[in-house]
Design a protein around this ligand. Structure first.
Ligand code: SF4
Ligand code: SF4
Length: 238
């Protein structure tokens, strides 16, 4: 038996999951703003996992282990090929990023028409199958206040918000990362409160030091701070 676990929690105008299912098993009650709901009967075709832009769907394969000790979880993965941890043990996480346990990446599925997304099949303990939503890509340092003894002239901190050192950025560049959005996702520079105001230019200099031509680099997508406001709030109340 196979079924999707849909972790979609935001009522936003999004519905590729609905159209992706060849058996129309994913529906929305009222409008495109409603949360998707799944009805039994999954074929395991993986279209919904491949097409959900929010990476919000995993597929659980229940019949993977006749002894019922392990299950297979399919999850989307959007980093470069070199970083696919095929055959490796990974630390699995839940939706909030909390550690769930261990898993093993046993297979990778690709689709010709979807060039940047791969689907990874991760073997996990049976008890974890509904919790696992992702896994750690890198062991990253962040969280503690910046102190004098953390300064290191040989390996300076480039992103002060997230405490990302130069060596971490160089490592990703040498692994083939050219998209600064991807760099942000794997190593966290520009992820903090300043939104990359300080580190973006420094990172571009590091790319240059590493001999990467500017035309190969994809600049980060700047996302302004936004909050949804009802139109009525703009109307002057008397
Ligand atoms: S895996 Fe395929 S059949 Fe199953 S819910 Fe997703 S799109 Fe539908
Ligand atoms: S496609 Fe993904 S993000 Fe969009 S509504 Fe469906 S589950 Fe949610």
């Amino acid at each position: 038996m196979v079924y999707p676990v849909i972790r979609c929690v935001q009522e936003i105008p999004c519905d590729p999951c609905v159209g992706s299912c060849p058996k129309n098993l994913i529906t929305m009650k009222d409008s495109i703003l409603s949360l998707p709901e799944y009805t039994e009967g999954c074929l395991g075709c993986s279209s919904c996992v491949m097409l959900c832009p929010g990476l919000a769907i995993t597929l659980v394969f229940n019949n993977y282990d006749p002894n019922k000790e392990k299950a297979l979880v399919m999850m989307p993965f959007e980093f470069v090929n070199e970083t696919v941890p095929l055959g490796c043990e990974v630390t699995t996480t839940d939706l909030e990023g909390n550690v769930v346990g261990k898993g093993k990446v046993v297979a990778v599925k690709t689709k010709e028409s979807v060039d940047k997304r791969r689907l990874l099949l991760v073997e996990v303990p049976e008890k974890d199958k509904l919790l696992v939503a992702g896994f750690h890509i890198r062991d990253i340092y962040h969280g503690e206040p910046l102190t004098e003894d953390m300064q290191d002239e040989e390996d300076p901190i480039i992103c002060r918000c997230e405490r990302v050192r130069k060596s971490e950025i160089v490592r990703e560049i040498r692994m083939g990362v050219r998209d600064m959005n991807q760099l942000k996702a794997v190593a966290r520079p520009s992820m903090g409160g300043c939104g990359g105001k300080t580190c973006t230019d420094i990172i571009l200099k590091i790319f240059k030091e590493e001999g990467v031509p500017m035309e190969e680099i994809t600049l980060p997508t700047n996302r302004p701070l936004v909050a949804e406001i009802h139109l009525g709030d703009f109307v002057k109340k008397k």
